[in-house]
Design a protein around this ligand. Sequence first.
Ligand SMILES: [Zn+2]
Ligand SMILES: [Zn+2]
Length: 250
Amino acid sequence: MAFDDLFVAEIKHALKQEGCPLCRLARKAEDRYLFFFLHEHMNSLPTYEILAKGGRLCRHHSWLVLDRATRQTGLLGTAVLYDHMTGLLADDLRQAFEASRGKTGVLDRLSRRLLRRKRPEGANPQFCWICRSIAGTEDTFLHYLCKHLEDNAGMKEIYAESDGLCIPHLKAAFARASPSVGSFLLDKAVSDLERLKSQLQEYQRKNDYRFHHEPWGDEKTSPERMVRLCVGPRDSPVSSSRDQQSEQAR
Ligand SMILES: [Zn+2]
Ligand SMILES: [Zn+2]
């Protein structure tokens, strides 16, 4: 099986499941990453190097690591990791405090310079390295999805039948897709939104006491499906990684 085919097979499989295929693949990548992080990398030299370069777990991944560790490995590794981080976090706080102080005198400027020197050579602004890793996986899958929507009729057919990409992933796909793939994705999203709109209106009608007795159909789940389309499924890693990317872009 060629390298391309592995990605295509995974994408096609995800397209046949409920919800955004990219969110599903990102979730799988996150699960895989967390498994190896908890079982192998948490207290390794590469992790400490990432921390020294400004790596900090975001809110979503901090809690996820703690929750998974509680269930899977126990919290000893987490205690070692955060023990190591206390000094780094104290430096982060000192720098945030200094940065908040505005124009100051010569002594303050000197102490700020000393604090800055504490930061290791080449250190980046803070970033969540798990978010970065998942964003890289999302980009790879988006590349293969857009490429195969261009010239693979089977992929087009499966996509047309699927729930399609969520809005954050659609926007990311537009940046990578050719004009024809972009408009194919857009047309499907717009027609899905129109169908959801009529289901949401039916949902409202059925809540009217005059029609209460009518049985529910697909419209019953339309509010939840609408939220899923807007932001991806509940606890999707996409929200935190894309939010963080746009934070960094600002
Ligand atoms: Zn998505
Ligand atoms: Zn994160």
